[in-house]
Design a protein around this ligand. Structure first.
Ligand code: LHQ
Length: 259
């Protein structure tokens, strides 16, 4: 249910249940977890692209898995989040390399918020984002209630969450929810080009940037200044920093190793 490929320092993870718009089954969650684990342990991987096969990106939880027979107790949705989705989101956000979401079609429910947890979101023109949860009596999960107001402000975030309206990619771009919106037929190439570029950059430094931004929303300015000092100290000790300065002074292109 997941396709996995590594080339030129880029791991491409493709959600692959196109008939069901790549909605999440337990198997897909565990395959995605394994893919992220492989990326964590492979030093040659220095950027990741997450995308979907077929006409959808991901339609969220597979609702067939959540059907309740009359008389049966409903499955504990909190436990599903605790044991399966939340660890995936934490893992994705903690990856020490840049993650690009190439949103090729509809991203609904957990699928929308999975995309928004990537570092850079690029969508095809026909893509759309739906906080579909309210339509089945649930609340936005996978970090949606944390991420959305920070990306687009409380009014727009709460409106999307309460109404479950479809947000087309171009409007998502206008609202600052995503990085870019490109023609459908160039989406995969655009994301791959960006990922290949990022895979040649100072990976350790980029991961420290990510850490700073991940922590910033809960910090005061004083706390963030302290964090910047600590992370900059680490960045300043990397080989890539040394190479970056040397290459600049020698007026040549730097050759970063990611360390
Ligand atoms: C699907 C799904 C789907 C199964 C399309 N499941 N089959 C966390 C923790 C624990 C529990 C619960 O949930 C969560 C988090 C969540 O993600 S909750 C939110 C779950 N997602 C949704 O509510 C979205 C449901 N899907 C839709 O509203 C529509 O399919 C959208 C708007 C995404 C796309 O609409 P269309 O482009 O018109 O496509 P379609 O509806 O015809 O779907 C194509 C096929 O995919 C169809 O199957 P079929 O066999 O009839 O051709 C759908 O049944 C199937 N599919 N989403 N989530």
């Amino acid at each position: 249910t997941i396709l996995f490929d590594i080339a030129e320092g880029v791991a491409t993870v493709t959600l692959n249940r196109p008939d069901k718009l790549n909605s999440f089954t337990g198997q897909m969650r565990s395959e995605l977890r394994d893919a992220l684990k492989r990326i964590e342990s492979d030093k040659a991987v220095r950027a990741m692209v997450l995308t979907g096969a077929g006409r959808g990106f991901c339609a969220g939880q597979d609702l067939n898995d959540r059907a309740v027979k009359p008389g049966d107790a409903p499955p504990d949705t909190g436990a599903t989040l605790d044991q399966e989705y939340n660890p995936l989101i934490r893992r994705l956000r903690a990856l020490e390399l840049p993650v690009i979401a190439a949103v090729n079609g509809v991203a609904a429910g957990a699928g929308a918020n999975l995309a928004l947890n990537c570092d850079i979101v690029i969508a095809g023109k026909s893509a759309k984002f739906i906080q579909a949860f309210c339509k089945i009596g649930l609340i936005p999960d996978c970090g949606g209630t944390w991420m959305l107001p920070r990306l687009i402000g409380r009014q727009r975030a709460l409106g999307l969450a309460l109404l479950g309206d479809t947000l087309p990619a171009e409007k998502a771009l206008e609202w600052g929810m995503i990085w870019d919106c490109v023609a459908d037929d160039v989406l995969a190439q655009t994301a791959n080009d960006m990922a290949r570029h990022l895979a040649t950059q100072p990976t350790r430094g980029l991961s420290l940037i990510k850490q700073a931004f991940n922590q910033s929303p809960t910090h005061t300015l004083d706390q963030q200044l302290d964090l910047e000092r600590d992370l900059q100290r680490m960045a300043g000790k990397t080989e890539d920093y040394r190479e970056g300065v040397t290459a600049f002074l020698e007026k040549r292109k730097p050759a970063f190793k990611g360390e």
